[in-house]
Structure formats: C-alpha cells, structure tokens
Ligand binder design. Structure first.
Ligand SMILES: Cc1cc2nc3c(=O)[nH]c(=O)nc-3n(C[C@H](O)[C@H](O)[C@H](O)COP(=O)(O)OP(=O)(O)OC[C@H]3O[C@@H](n4cnc5c(N)ncnc54)[C@H](O)[C@@H]3O)c2cc1C
Length: 383
C-alpha cells in the first residue's frame, strides 16, 4: 500500500522533533518523521546542551527568549524534566577589543530585558576562584543562561508528537527526494516511498546532502567537535557557569560534579565523529592551563559530533528557493539545541499558515544570494 502523509520531516534531532510536535499541536495534519538512525542520535545527542541569550542580532535574541520560555514550560507541556540548570554563561575577555565587543553586545541584549552585565576580574574570581585569570580583563555574565538535557528534551518532543498521532520511523534513511513538475511530492526510502506534498529538511549537519537529493544547494557542512568529561572535582560541587574562554575558543561547564570541557575542533569539514583519543594529552593540557585543578581529575568520557555549519554560522530557516513544498530548518551552526524549541514552533506556523509569530526572514536561504548574511561575533566562538 502506498504510504502517504501531509508532511514528511527528515531527521529526528531536536529540530525535527520540535517541528513535528508543533505541527501536530497547531494543525490536524498527517505527519511522518523519517530518521535514518535513532531519535537524538545526531548532533543533538552530542551537544553540550548550552542555552544562552547572549546573541548580537534581533532574530537570534528572539529565538533564545522564545526558546527559554519554552524550556521553562516543558514540565507542564511535555510532561518531562528538561533538567534546565540556569547556572549562567560567562564569556571571558582577554583583549580590550573583546571586552569592548562584549560591552556593546550586552547593551544591545539589555534592551530585551536580558540580565547580562559586564563583570570585573575580581567578580570573575569570586564566581570561579579556581580559574587562572592572569590574562583575563573582564567578562560578560548572564545568570539566566545555562544548559539542559538534550536527550530528555528531544525524546519529550518525540513522545508528545507520537501521542498526537505523529509517526516517527527510526532506522529508515531518506535516499531521494521525489519531485514532479518542479514540486516536491515525497521521499524515497529503502522501505518504499512516502508521498507528501511537503518535505522538511531537518537533517542537521547532513542538511547539505539532503538538499542535494532535492536538487537544492543547501550550504551546510559538518565539522567535528569533541567533548571530554572528568570524574568529580570537589570545587565543582558549587556548579560553575558555562564559561567560555573567548580568546582561546574553549569552554567548560559542570557535569554531575565533574567538568565537561571542549576538545579539539577540526578546521576541515568532515563527517568523522570518532574521538581523537591520540591527542587527549593536548586537550587536557589546554584545559589545565585555564583550570589548573583539573590536573588531578580523571577523564571519564569523551565523545564527538558534527557541528552543522552554514557560511555565516547561523541557521537556514524557511522555504527553499525554487522548489515548492521543500522547507529548510538546518545549519544551526552550534546553537541548534538552544533554538530548537522556537525553531519548531515557527517552522510549523510557516508551513501551516504561511506566516510566523516571529519574523524569521533574516535567516532565510535568500541571504546567501542577496549578501545580507548574519553577523554574530559570539557564535564564531562556540557553545
Ligand atoms: C560537541 C557539540 C556540542 C554542541 N553544543 C551545543 C550547545 O551547547 N548548545 C546548542 O544549542 N547547540 C550545541 N551544539 C549544536 C547542536 O547540537 C545542533 O545545532 C543541533 O543539535 C541541531 O539539531 P538538528 O535536529 O538540526 O540536528 P541533529 O540532531 O543532527 O539531527 C538531524 C538528524 O537527521 C538525521 N538524518 C540525516 N540525514 C538523514 C537522511 N538522509 N534520512 C533520515 N535521517 C537523516 C540524522 O541521523 C540526525 O539524527 C553542539 C554540537 C556538538 C557536535
């Protein structure tokens, strides 16, 4: 029997599952999510879970504020504990130029009511007494930022979507996007086609490959990013903010009484997601240089995932050009977990009504043709 749906979503990460849930809440449509692996097995499951409001453009700030409210509502709305810990985000500056950038961005963010402020090294020392601050001259600190649990949140959306009638197929890859008369008509999979007039590319770092299947050049590429986690560190019993060493493009936060910190970052695009254990000593030395107490800590775990980078390090959202029925919600460039809730809500609105409650046109595909790309200095540095 021919399988049909109103909307097929490719990818069951936070973005695909959030879109599916919000479509099911907002309209009575038949929705199928197709995931080649398992729910949350892509970048979402590898993410550090960081949630920040410290962005430099109106749309990214609005996506953060909207998502923040949604993280707060998840217990009631999805019946799950997102484990949202508002430990704050602290961006440390090494040069006057960096601190000046943080100051200007903080002033911009404060206009939205975000409680971010510039703090002195003395105040950083009070918050992080064990951090080496010799070269640090100040920081931007927002106490209502933090992190949450990517797996719980994504499964929360997937389960709630299923309760509302959405079908989520795992271990079923989309191999082709079906087109007819210049329009999308469905997807091909090894288990047969699924016919649908609307297909959403929520394939994360594979958004470029899925774009190719539809004949649309989606400029998203994978870059390996790694994380290591130590065993318990007594000083971390009082949880630190998610702290970013902006100058060295390195971050750490607490994780179950230990320290989670970023590892090496590949400069070349790759789908490789193996942990580079060979260079562990360098990663540890890098961490110890900033947080000397980590010298005593034991590395317990490590993992790697693919950052989903677009040319300007920001998501690509909205209808694909020149292919009616094909939508893009990909290329989140390292902030897709934090913006996943709002992205799902807005893409669902766009598909069902043609309009969105927050104007997402600044992140449309078109910006790469018009040259109106998005400048977000803090997203160049990751987490
Ligand atoms: C190490 C690391 C740390 C990060 N830290 C943060 C952070 O602190 N905060 C933050 O906001 N973001 C962070 N990110 C980025 C974040 O994880 C991503 O932006 C986000 O998860 C993207 O969600 P997604 O649903 O678009 O992609 P994914 O979670 O990758 O989901 C896409 C899914 O599509 C599936 N798929 C792909 N191709 C096909 C196909 N042909 N057929 C069927 N299924 C397909 C994949 O299997 C995958 O499950 C981090 C990423 C990494 C790697």
């Amino acid at each position: 029997m021919t399988e049909t749906a109103d909307i097929v979503i490719i990818g069951a990460g936070i973005v695909g599952c959030s879109i599916a849930y919000h479509l099911a809440v907002q309209g009575s449509v038949k929705i199928v999510v197709v995931e080649k692996d398992l729910i949350c097995s892509g970048a979402t499951g590898k993410s550090a879970g960081g949630i920040r409001q410290q962005f430099a453009t109106d749309l990214n700030v609005r996506l953060s504020l909207e998502s923040l409210q949604m993280f707060h509502r998840m217990r009631d709305e999805l019946g799950i504990d997102p484990e949202f810990r508002q430990v704050g985000y602290l961006f440390m500056a090494t040069t006057p130029k960096e601190l000046d950038l943080f100051r200007r961005q903080a002033e911009f963010q404060q206009q939205y009511g975000i409680p971010v402020r510039i703090i002195s090294t003395d105040e950083i020392r009070r918050i992080l007494p064990y951090v080496q601050l010799d070269d640090i001259i100040g920081a931007a600190y927002c106490p209502t930022d933090g992190y949450a649990a990517p797996y719980e949140v994504t499964m929360g959306y997937a389960s709630a979507a299923r309760r509302l009638g959405v079908k989520v197929h795992e271990q079923r890859a989309v191999t082709r996007i079906l087109r007819e008369g210049g329009q999308v008509v469905g997807v091909e999979t090894p288990l047969g086609p699924i016919h649908a007039p609307i297909v959403v590319n929520a394939a994360g770092a594979e958004g470029g490959l899925v774009g190719e299947m539809a004949g649309v050049k989606v400029p998203v590429q994978p870059y390996r990013r790694q994380i290591f986690v130590t065993g318990p560190v007594p000083e971390f019993s009082q949880e630190p903010p998610l702290t970013i060493d902006y100058h060295r493009n390195w971050y750490f936060r607490g994780e179950m009484g230990g320290c989670l910190f970023s590892g090496p970052k590949d400069e070349e695009s790759t789908f490789n997601t193996n942990v580079d254990w060979e260079h562990l000593a360098e990663s540890v030395a890098n961490a110890v240089a900033r947080v000397p107490i980590l010298e005593q800590a034991e590395i317990k775990r490590g993992w790697a995932g693919s950052y989903d980078l677009s040319p300007d390090n920001n998501a690509i959202l909205g209808a694909a050009p020149e292919l009616p029925g094909f939508y893009l919600a990909t290329g989140h460039s390292g902030h897709g977990f934090m913006h996943g809730p709002a992205t799902g809500k807005l893409i669902a609105e766009l598909i069902l009504t043609g309009k969105t409650s927050i104007d997402i046109s600044a992140l449309s595909f078109d910006r790469f043709r018009t040259g109106k790309t998005v400048r977000e200095p803090m997203t160049m540095h990751e987490a």
